[in-house]
Structure formats: C-alpha cells, structure tokens
Ligand binder design. Structure first.
Ligand code: DAH
Length: 344
C-alpha cells in the first residue's frame, strides 16, 4: 500500500471526525483514538525498529510530521470548542444587579470582634487611646521590663511559647506596658487589646490563644480609688447595669499591691441575676487583675516614680464575653462552628 496515501487519508479522516465533534470532550476522545497509546500512528512508530535501517529515518520523519499535524488539528479544534463553551456558560450566568442582597452572604463579625469593638468604645469614651501589641515579642518587653528579671521564678506564671530565635509569642498584653510608657509623656491613658498565646491544655475556661485587653493609666496623683472607679464604671457600662464588685489581693510582679476585681458569677449558661443578689451567698468570679504600677516598672520606662503614679490592668476578653453572652465553653470561640457563630 502506498504509505503517503495512507497518511493522507488519516488526516482527512481526522478532519471529518473533528468536523462532527460537538463538544471539547468529543475532541479529547478523538485525541486518544488518533494519538493515544494504541492508536495506529503510535503502533507504526513502535514498529519503525523492524524496518531496514536505510528506510527507518525517512519513515520516522514522515510519521512524526503526521503526528504533529494531527496534534495541531486537534488543538485548534479544542481551543475553538472550549472558547465557545466558555462563552455560552458566561451567557447563562447573568448577574441581576437589582436583586436585594442576602443577609448571610454579606458575612458578619465574629462575636469576639463585636464585643471587642464595644469594649474599646467604652474606654475610648473615657479618654483612652488604643494601641495594638506585637504578637511576637522579646523577653525584655514581656518580662524583664515588668519587674520580672531573667531567672526569676515568676516567669513560670506564664506557660510561654518560645520561638527558635529566642523571641516568643506574647503571653500577655502587658508586653506593651514599657513601650507605651517610654514613648509618651504623662498623662498616659492607653488600652492594648490583642491576641495572646500560652502553652496550655485547653478546657472550658482555658485556650492556647485568647484575647486580652491591657490598660495603662499614668498621671500625677493617681490613687487606688481612680483604679476602682474606672474599672467599676467600665463593668457598669459593659453589662448595662450597676455591677457589684469585690476586690481581693493577688500577686503580679508589675503592680503593687496586685488586686483582682471580682463580679458575681452567673449560673452556668445563665443570665447575670442581680435582682436576687446577695453578697453573702453569691459565687464571685475574678474578672480584672490590676493594681497600682510598681515603681520599678515606671522607672524602667523612664518615668519619675516620685512625681507620677498609675495603674494597669489586663483582662481576659473571652471571659467577660462568656458572662455577657451566656456562653459556657471558651473553646466555641475558636471552633469555627457555624451553629455557634450564627447566634451572634
Ligand atoms: N498580664 C497579666 C496576665 O496575664 C494580667 C495583669 C495583671 C495585667 C495585673 C496587668 C495587671 O496590667 O496590673 O496574666
């Protein structure tokens, strides 16, 4: 048989097959049929080695040329069909600009963000400015500048996650105290809301990542009563009622004396019930650790501790939000559970 004629009919046959192909998937099938592993052309290429050496080169050249031509025909058709398919899909996907938006499709803020905005707003109205912490910081700002020297056992109060370069993921927003105080002149009123990290086992009241809000107030003549007044007013505004508080001593190296503001603990998953409030029988919950700033911390930030005094606090935001929104497990916040998030 005349080989050239044979090659010629293959091209013609393909051209007619391609002509009747309606979809890109039809073309893919033709590619398999004409160029795939068991196609006549592949078989012919494999059989080349059986030809006498002097014929091999010319026959091989012809076969490869044919193969390329078939490929070009197939690719051209495929491109044309794909373009047509794309255009017809686009035509079917018209956008109705007059349609009212679906509420859910716009998304909404995470409950922690919603509450954080409220909390920040309360402090801003009291005259506090806002600064964000560094999530990765050094030991100096996280501990040393806060009256916790290297090797001091108080560092063990925080289960810190250290990084390979000796920096760390901040365990508390107090890490910004020194920077805030050394970069401003009193009066200083700043809050630092931010994410903190601890190497902790998680349970209903503990998470490895959580939000804190630090507050720093430095001026002349700042007294304990200023601290109590400010933070108690914050609680009243946040819970939209007069919140009874109790104060107990605790220990933090950067404040002296260290105090803990407590408020009535609502029943698990229940509302804060102040109507039947009885201070004797109420279960109290620590919500805001705080205290007058230790003179060593003021000095380290370049503030004259004989002229100025101040107070600081650092509260866990999720805990407050749990009380306000009657949530009984802290782990929901990071769970990404749609049924939880949809309630806010
Ligand atoms: N940084 C402390 C902690 O994580 C909380 C704290 C306590 C902050 C007392 C303060 C403070 O500013 O005065 O656990």
């Amino acid at each position: 048989m005349n080989k050239d004629q044979n090659l010629d009919t293959t091209k013609k046959q393909l051209a007619s097959d391609l002509n009747s192909a309606k979809q890109s998937t039809d073309v893919e099938k033709l590619r398999e049929q004409y160029l795939g592993k068991s196609s006549p052309i592949q078989k012919a290429l494999q059989n080349l080695k059986e030809l006498p050496a002097e014929e091999r080169k010319a026959a091989g050249g012809k076969l490869n040329q044919l193969k390329q031509e078939l490929e070009t025909q197939i690719n051209d058709k495929l491109t044309a069909l794909r373009e047509a398919e794309y255009n017809s899909r686009l035509a079917g996907e018209s956008l109705d600009l007059d349609l009212p938006p679906l509420a859910a499709s716009q998304g909404y803020l995470h409950p922690v963000t919603q509450e954080l905005e409220r909390i920040v707003d309360i402090f801003q109205r009291m005259g506090f400015s806002v600064q964000e912490p560094f999530m990765v910081d050094d030991e100096y700002n996280t501990f040393t500048a806060l009256n916790i020297p290297e090797g001091h056992p108080a560092r063990d109060m925080w289960d810190t996650i250290y990084l390979e370069d000796d920096n760390l993921l901040i365990t508390h927003t107090s890490s910004m105290q020194n920077r805030v105080m050394s970069s401003k002149q009193p009066p200083i009123r700043t809050i630092v809301p931010g994410k903190c990290f601890r190497n902790e086992a998680t349970d209903a009241t503990h998470e490895h990542s959580f939000y804190q809000l630090e507050g720093i107030y430095v001026d002349k003549n700042i007294k304990l009563s200023d601290l109590i007044g400010t933070l108690s007013e914050f609680l009243n505004q946040y819970f939209e009622t007069k919140v009874p508080i109790k104060i107990q001593p605790t220990f933090f190296p950067f404040v002296e004396p260290a105090l803990e503001i407590m408020m009535p603990r609502p029943k698990l998953g229940g509302k804060l019930d102040l109507e039947n409030f009885n201070p004797e029988t109420t279960d109290w919950l620590e919500v805001i650790p705080c205290g007058p700033i230790h003179p060593n911390v003021l000095k380290e930030a370049g503030i004259d501790a004989t002229k100025y005094s101040g107070f600081a606090w650092g509260m866990g935001l999720e805990r407050l939000i749990m009380i306000k929104r009657q949530i009984n497990d802290l782990r929901y916040f990071h769970s990404g559970r749609i049924d939880f998030l949809n309630q806010f």
